[in-house]
Design a protein around this ligand. Structure first.
Ligand code: FAD
Length: 509
């Protein structure tokens, strides 16, 4: 209900006959009544009769309260009368009763008629039946409430985003994601993850992964998006009816389903990696043995060449045959070395991979060793990482080597008192590269050894026999095969930092 400011007294234009006013009011398509200041009716028009059912003669002399259905709260009448007594207009809705007793909702506008000296002796009341409009408003309101409660009760997160990607409507499940994912607008994170997994445009049932820091497992969502055109509500859009493109995002949490799949996948992966590790150990031991056998043979071959130079042909021919035979055996043995999985078909095995997913897989596999050595892991993944094109098994082997090295470096210092026993791993995505940093709180690698550690059979570890020193060279080979680089630096808090940079392949596209 509102009070309307006092209007200036209107003077009829001199060229307009006063009858015209009477006829205009008589024929106006809105119920009009003129009353005295006690609301006794002095005049009503035709539209008033049509709305109320009271003819002009029946209405005249009676009070406007004859229209009251006796259900309008008293405070509304009090507000109405205090406005009128102040000489102000009043506007509001009242529940009225027609002559036949049927109720209707009246929208009323009452204006005090100010005479030239300012006194008010009459009120002008205009009212129309707004029952149908009210029903329509209620229906829209009920439908809105129904839709909102259905959307709120839905287990999936629902958000409607405007053309500036601002969330304009959401549900409870979506609001819960704000706390779960620790971001103010989860929709942007989900849309970024979708952009990684699918081509731009609307999508239907695409699984996306959101990685979380602080040791929390990743969350998986099955996402569907749909473009919706919303009509402009402003007055200037009444005829044009311009539309705003909005995006409806529906995300179902499928983390539990993925967890089951992850467990099965992790144990299969563990079996595959340990098989590959055995093969690598065999390969490394045999390579080391062959390398050591080759050394004396090379010495003998040089001696034979010397003897031949001195003209001792007979002896040297026998030795030459022996050297050639030994080299042939070495080559045969080399041919028996177990082949590194995926090496040969490296190019064919390149698929879209997520570095976060691979780091987590390797951490799961390394958990027993981490627990046994009392090492904590600070895992800070970029929530949504660009996809890489690569060989998942070889990349996991490289990551496992780096994590195993970090564990070894800390474990070797078990005798010493370390302030921290920690491995910190972080990933970062750029448009064309993915970065991984792995810091350990071990003794670090001196600057002069940072190139040497990548040489085959070089081991910085004290435990002779456990390490053949081919791990880092293999990791470097794998990263290099993926077009990436691997560096060794000082970790900011002491210890060693390994920095891996892998191209996403987008820069070239
Ligand atoms: P009432 O006994 O009339 O009074 C209810 C409340 O209004 C009380 O608090 C009382 O103090 C106050 N009040 C009543 N008359 C006056 C007055 N003259 N001065 C100050 N305060 C007063 N009512 C409708 O229900 N439907 C209508 O369509 C309608 N149209 C109206 C059109 C005009 C131009 C005017 C001036 C009034 C209209 N009214 C209408 C109001 C109506 O006159 C009654 O006040 C109202 O219907 C309540 O009536 P009641 O018999 O239930 O209570």
């Amino acid at each position: 209900m509102s009070k309307v400011a006092k209007l200036p007294t209107a003077q009829p234009p001199s060229d307009l006959p006063t009858d015209i006013y009477r006829q205009a009011v008589d024929q106006a398509d809105i119920g009009i009544a003129i009353t005295d200041t006690a609301a006794n009716i002095l005049y009503t028009n035709d539209a008033f009769s049509r709305t109320t059912g009271y003819g002009k003669d029946e209405a005249q002399g009676r009070n406007q309260s004859m229209l009251s259905y006796k259900m309008t709260p008293a405070r509304i009448y009090e507000e109405m009368w205090s406005s009128l007594q102040l000489g102000l207009s009043w506007h509001g809705r009242l529940l009225n009763r027609r002559k036949d007793g049927s109720p209707y909702l009246a929208e009323l506008n009452i204006t005090p008629v100010h005479e030239t000296d300012g006194t008010v002796r009459h009120y002008l009341g205009m009212h129309r039946d707004v029952t149908a409009m009210h029903q329509l408003e209620q229906r829209v309101l009920n439908q809105k409430q129904l839709i909102e409660s259905v959307i709120d009760a839905a287990p999936m997160a629902i958000a409607l985003l405007d053309d500036k990607r601002k969330v304009v409507l959401d549900n409870h499940a979506y609001k819960k994601l704000v706390t779960d994912l620790g971001v103010p607008e989860p929709a942007n994170l989900l849309l970024a993850a979708l952009a990684e997994s699918t081509t731009p445009g609307t999508c239907d049932g695409i699984d996306v992964r959101i990685d979380r820091s602080g040791g929390k497992p990743p969350r998986w969502f099955c996402c569907t998006t749909q473009m919706i055109e919303i009509h402009d509500e402003s007055a200037d859009g009444f005829f044009d009816r311009p539309r705003q493109p909005s995006l409806l995002l529906i995300a179902s949490d499928i983390t539990a389903l993925h967890d089951e799949q992850e467990k099965a996948r992790a144990s299969a992966l563990q079996a595959m990696l340990s098989e590959e590790e055995h093969a690598a150990t065999l390969r490394e031991s045999l390579s080391a043995a062959l390398y050591q056998i080759e050394e004396p043979i090379n010495v003998i071959a040089s001696a034979v060449a010397l003897m031949r130079g001195r003209g001792e042909g007979g002896v040297s021919a026998v030795l030459e045959n022996a050297v050639a035979g030994a080299r042939a055996r070495i080559e045969e043995l080399r041919g028996l070395l177990p082949v590194e999985r995926g090496d040969a078909q490296n190019a064919e095995l390149a698929v879209g991979v997520n570095l976060n997913e691979m780091v987590r897989d390797v951490l799961v596999i390394a958990t027993p060793r981490l627990l046994a050595t009392g090492i904590t892991v600070d895992w800070r993944p970029e929530p949504v990482l660009p996809t890489l094109l690569g060989n998942p098994l070889r990349l996991r082997i490289a990551l496992k080597t780096l994590i195993d090295n970090a564990i070894d470096a800390i474990a070797e210092t078990r005798g010493q008192r370390l302030a921290r026993r920690e491995i910190a791993i972080a990933t970062q995505g750029r448009r064309d590269v993915v970065l991984l940093t792995l810091d350990d709180s071990g003794p670090g690698i001196p600057a002069e050894l940072r190139l040497k550690v990548f040489e085959p059979f070089f081991s910085a570890h004290g435990q002779a026999g456990r390490h053949l020193g081919t791990g880092l060279s293999r990791a470097q080979q794998i990263v290099g095969d993926h077009g990436g680089i691997i560096d060794i630096l000082d970790a900011p808090r002491g210890g060693c930092r390994v920095r891996v940079e892998l191209p996403t392949g987008r820069g070239a596209r």
